[in-house]
Write a protein that binds this ligand. Structure first.
Ligand code: ZN
Ligand code: ZN
Length: 372
């Protein structure tokens, strides 16, 4: 059903903005996650930018698996309050000293930026920056968004002229996915199993395909398995009908994939994944687990078969640059991943529906009438 609905979604196709900016309202709507499973749309003043800050008129924001986790149970890194972090929009005000952009520029921010000075940053591990989550830009489900000076000076990217606001808002999730692929480099990847077919799993499938690998997608529900094939999987394994280990092995010439990418955020799958990889293979644990979760691995399998466990978290500036380039050049197509387009006023209903397992990734538009 999702695939059918998506086919009917009319996405803005050109780089032309349907809006003009000649009024400056003083109030705006902003969605707040007040506590698990309670979103309120509050009215608050449109922010004015301080030194180095930038204010955006939001044109599109995307729902995300991290948002859904936070909605259900809170998140160790994401506080309650202004909600949403994947978006694209137009600059309406620029604070003193914010040199990267000008009023009227069409841009896409990421929610965080590294400090560039701490020990992790100096080692080139900016995704592990001590101050990564300071000044985080949250509140994308809104009419306007204040971008912190830290993000505005590092990760406020021009919206590629080839892409709609909705498509360009994939910058942040794609940067996370590319970070994982950069952790796999420079060793070649020939056969990949992607386990878990949410939006992130689909982006990994598209990346694997772009990297020239053969891809087996592992998940459930007919519409997700079909979408996995549509975005580039060579074969699928239905976890509700098949034995995952046996099917994955059979589909990879009897040896198993050299890389398994875990995208379910399920501790049982974390523990199973090393069994599905080829001997000498690698497992990427991509989807984080709830705070305090412990997992155990088969030590014999890990040691004597040299299965490497790789963790991938968040992104570095170079991952953002690479994601921006890949989107801008059409290296992967993200439009099929949008389940539907919804009005900002319907944000609570959208998350209630995602919580029930309906839909994968919605675009939330403050002014939908002008788009579809
Ligand atoms: Zn996200
Ligand atoms: Zn740092």
């Amino acid at each position: 059903m999702e695939a059918k609905r998506m086919a009917g979604v009319a996405l803005p196709s050109s780089s032309h903005s349907p809006f003009t900016i000649h009024h400056s309202p003083s109030f705006m709507r902003q969605a707040h996650l007040v506590e698990p499973r309670r979103i309120e749309l509050v009215t608050r003043p449109v922010p004015t930018p301080g030194p180095g800050e930038v204010v955006l008129k939001i044109r599109a924001a995307l729902t995300c698996g991290t948002d859904l986790k936070t909605y259900r149970r809170g998140h160790p890194k994401v506080p309650f309050g202004p909600f949403g972090h994947e978006c694209a929009g137009d600059v309406i005000a620029v604070g003193q000293g914010a040199h990267r952009v000008r009023e009227g520029d069409s841009v896409v921010p990421t929610p965080t930026a590294p400090c560039g000075r701490c020990a992790a940053c100096r080692r080139g591990r900016e995704n592990l920056c001590e101050r990564l989550f300071d000044d985080m830009v949250l509140g994308a489900y809104a009419d306007y968004l204040l971008v912190s000076a830290k993000v505005a000076s590092t990760h406020l990217m021009a919206r590629p002229s080839t892409l709609s606001y909705i498509e360009s808002a994939f910058l942040e999730p794609l940067a996370c996915v590319i970070h994982a692929w950069n952790r796999l480099r420079p060793e070649p990847v020939e056969q990949v199993a992607v386990v878990g077919l949410g939006a992130i799993g689909m982006l990994h499938i598209a990346m694997a395909r772009a990297a020239g690998a053969r891809v087996v997608a592992v998940g459930r529900r007919a519409e997700r398995l079909q979408l996995a094939l549509d975005v580039g999987a060579h074969a699928v394994v239905d976890t509700e009908r098949e034995h995952v280990g046996e099917s994955v092995r059979a589909l990879t010439g009897g040896v198993g994939p050299d890389v398994v990418i875990e995208c379910t955020g399920n501790p049982t799958i974390w523990m199973e994944a090393p069994r599905w990889a080829a001997t000498g293979g690698r497992v990427v644990l991509f989807a984080g687990l709830a705070d305090g979760t412990h997992v155990a691995f088969d030590a014999t399998r890990l040691h004597y078969d040299e299965i490497d466990i790789i963790n991938a978290f968040h992104f570095r500036p170079q991952d953002v640059e690479e994601a921006h380039h890949l989107l801008a050049t059409g290296g992967i197509s993200v439009q099929p991943l949008i389940t539907g387009v919804r009005d900002l006023d319907g944000i609570a209903d959208v998350f209630a529906s995602l919580d029930r397992g309906h839909g994968m990734k919605y675009a939330i538009l403050p002014e939908p009438a002008a788009w579809v």
